[in-house]
Design a protein. Structure first.
Length: 253
């Protein structure tokens, strides 16, 4: 499988990214961490296309949110965060070179961080960033692929609490472990204190995980995965994780 990643390094304005933590962001360190993240993607066999930073959009390094590719279709999202509106228009022409594009329209909002893509279905978080109208539009766009909505509370996005490892297995925080929607799937629960580490980027046999969460890394390794850990402290300050930093797609056939 030829995986591609679109990434955008943080610019100076990343210091003003939306943040629930209020922690001061070290932009130089963030830029260095972003380079290490790209190295990890390449090590995992992903072809990385690096876009230029865009100072107009402090959060635009979080490339997962403004658009996503599912089932050979480019879904151009409509961010719920007002300061992020417009990021989607930067990536739409790039994806349009490879895929048919479908735009989420007002009053719908949708951010890629709320979209959990499995091989045969999609879960979408109804969150502060993604609303019912956005979910309905996504459902129509992906028909006949099943799209199931899930409530997200106390987290930025659905993927802040659960990510897909492949092979019918999820990595999740405790709160998501018993969800009836996930019946029939294996759900690995991150150890208490390592909740942030449930956000990992599954890339086949390899998984990219945040550095500093050894028990989660050990659990993933025991599960037979090659674990590449990367430092993402500056992105965590802006509520972002390893999935947030890239828009992953496979080549259109
Ligand atoms: N800081 C990432 C976001 O709020 O979208």
């Amino acid at each position: 499988m030829n995986r591609h990643a679109l990434v955008r390094p943080p610019g100076r304005s990343f210091a003003d990214a939306i943040s629930s933590t209020g922690a001061a962001i070290d932009v130089c360190l963030a830029q260095h961490q972003h380079e290490l993240y790209c190295d990890a993607l390449r090590l995992a066999g992903v072809r990385v296309e690096v876009l230029p930073p865009d100072e107009r959009y402090p959060d635009s390094c979080f490339m997962q949110d403004p658009a996503l590719v599912i089932d050979g279709k480019a879904i151009i999202a409509r961010p719920g965060a007002i300061s992020r509106r417009g990021e989607e228009l930067l990536v739409a022409p790039l994806l349009g070179q490879h895929f048919p594009t479908i735009h989420i329209e007002a009053p719908g909002t949708l951010e890629g961080g709320d979209v959990l893509v499995l091989s045969d279905r999609v879960y979408v978080g109804e969150s502060d960033r993604t609303n019912q109208a956005g979910i309905e539009q996504l459902r129509a766009a992906l028909h006949p692929l099943p799209v199931e909505a899930m409530r997200v509370q106390g987290l930025l996005h659905l993927l802040s609490g659960v990510t897909y490892l492949g092979r019918n297995t999820l990595l999740a925080v405790e709160a998501f472990a018993g969800q009836p929607e996930f019946e029939g799937m294996q759900v690995l629960v991150v150890p208490a204190g390592e909740e942030y580490a449930c956000n990992v980027l599954g890339l086949g046999e390899t998984v990219i995980a945040p550095e500093g969460y050894p028990r989660t890394a050990a659990m993933l390794a025991c599960h037979g995965l090659r674990v590449l850990t990367v430092p993402v402290s500056e992105f965590a300050k802006a509520d972002g994780g390893v999935t947030c930093l890239s828009l992953i797609y496979t080549e259109a056939i």
